[in-house]
Design a binder for this molecule. Structure first.
Ligand SMILES: [Zn+2]
Length: 431
């Protein structure tokens, strides 16, 4: 059961590089909440996870208070100057087009064009990422410098897009474990060429799935690759009878860039996944921040809505909106690194190891301490002996190994190994 040591994975450069290579492959694709970009992305993930199930849900399907939107696809877009040169070109960056833009082909003045332009001031070379899913319009996103260069002349604008009935596409990958109880991983697949938000999450979820597929597992695992917000609403709506199986879960986003980890707790705030993740962040000595749940952010908003209130937290690094590159062309292939991807993988995997191995034991010799020396288990007091004393003392059927690790301040792995030794000597029995 998940016997691989987390240390073997820590800073595994090969794994980091493989995740980075997947990001490189997915980077050029223009994704949105629906359309061929998502399908193309899932097909590439399918090369790594052959049993990835690609689901289509028709436009117009009611999902709770929402409706699956029409499908958006884009082939080309540009703005040409009076000389016929493409001065804004979708082929150079898909961020140039406001996502879900309606088709347009027209000749317009600079004044009229400006009405459809989005830009950011702080970083004059960066193109912002903007969307307009539920408000039908068209637009272009430009860097501040590009906008400054536009002369007062007539422009030809073209967005060769379509918005029509089709479907919403998502990917689901399931691994059966010994138990029907499930751990859910979720990432969003709706952003165009943006690396940390959220190709990093896609890479993490893909490689966690690939890695777990060859290990024996106590839990069953479900991995969702869904468009943000509408994807999780759709999945929850379509799977209402199965949701009770989810015992733990994580939304993974923005995990490939430098900066401190941010863990946002589940709405319940004290679930096992919250405690396991906090324990790992503390004991790996990583710079981190723990946040209480708040009702905006990624898909944890839907999983933690009051009717579901699932034990699902969100791991980020750094948090959305707290880095300058967020939702701009600065979130590119130079912003994410194999090393950070590998570290994030280790953090998630170590958390899963706690979930997989967190058991509750009962001390079989609870009247005073058992004589450890007689069993060859006690020489001088060291960390190993201290862990055994903690496990013996707190194994009254009410404290799990994670509770013992929290109360003793010892790393979970040490507490787990003490419990294994004591069980071997008949001093503990699993509840
Ligand atoms: Zn985003």
């Amino acid at each position: 059961m998940m016997t691989e040591s987390r240390n073997n994975l820590k800073f595994s450069s090969d794994l980091g590089l493989e995740m980075y290579q997947l990001i490189e492959q997915l980077y050029p694709i223009c994704r949105s909440i629906t359309g061929n970009g998502v399908r193309q992305t899932l097909k590439i993930i399918q090369q790594l996870l052959p049993f990835l199930n690609i689901q289509e849900v028709s436009s117009g399907t009611p999902v709770f208070d929402w409706t699956v939107p029409r499908e958006w696809n884009i082939r080309d877009a540009y703005v040409k100057n009076a000389q016929g040169e493409r001065i804004i070109d979708f082929q150079k960056s898909n961020l140039h087009v406001l996502s879900y833009s309606l088709p347009v082909k027209a000749k317009i003045t600079l004044g009229a064009l400006k009405y459809h332009i989005f830009k950011i001031h702080d970083h004059p070379d960066w193109i912002p990422y903007r969307t307009s899913y539920y408000n039908e319009r068209w637009g272009f996103c430009l860097s501040h410098n590009q906008l400054q260069e536009l002369a007062d002349e007539e422009y030809e604008v073209c967005i060769d897009s379509s918005l029509s009935n089709g479907s919403l596409t998502y990917g689901e990958y399931f691994l059966q474990g010994e138990s029907q109880d499930e751990v859910l991983f979720s990432c969003h697949v709706c952003h165009p060429s943006l690396c940390n938000d959220n190709l990093s999450g896609i890479a993490l979820v893909t490689f966690l799935a690939k890695h777990l597929s060859v290990l024996s597992r106590k839990y069953s695992y479900r991995f969702l690759f869904i468009p943000g917000t509408i994807g999780s609403i759709t999945w929850l709506s379509e799977n209402q009878t199965q949701i009770f199986k989810i015992k733990h879960g994580l939304v993974l986003a923005g995990l490939g860039a430098p900066g401190k980890y941010t863990y946002k707790k589940s709405r319940q705030g004290d679930t096992e996944i919250d405690r396991a993740m906090i324990h790992v962040l503390k004991h790996f000595g990583q710079d981190h921040e723990i946040l209480e749940f708040f009702p905006y952010g990624y898909d944890e908003r839907q999983y933690c809505s009051p009717a579901f209130n699932l034990p699902i937290g969100c791991l980020m690094r750094p948090m959305h909106g707290r880095y300058a590159e967020y939702h701009t062309s600065g979130d590119n292939l130079d912003f994410v690194h194999p090393q950070y991807l590998a570290e994030s993988f280790s953090t998630c995997f170590a958390t899963l190891q706690i979930l997989e191995n967190n058991k509750t034991f009962v001390n079989q010799n609870p009247h005073c301490e058992p004589q450890l020396g007689r069993r060859g288990l006690y020489n001088t007091i060291g960390d190993k002996e201290l862990a055994m004393l903690w496990v013996l003392n707190l194994s009254d059927g009410h404290h799990s190994l994670l509770s013992i690790a929290e109360r003793s301040g010892l790393p979970f792995a040490q507490v787990q190994s003490a419990a294994e030794i004591l069980s071997k000597h008949g001093l503990l029995k699993e509840l």
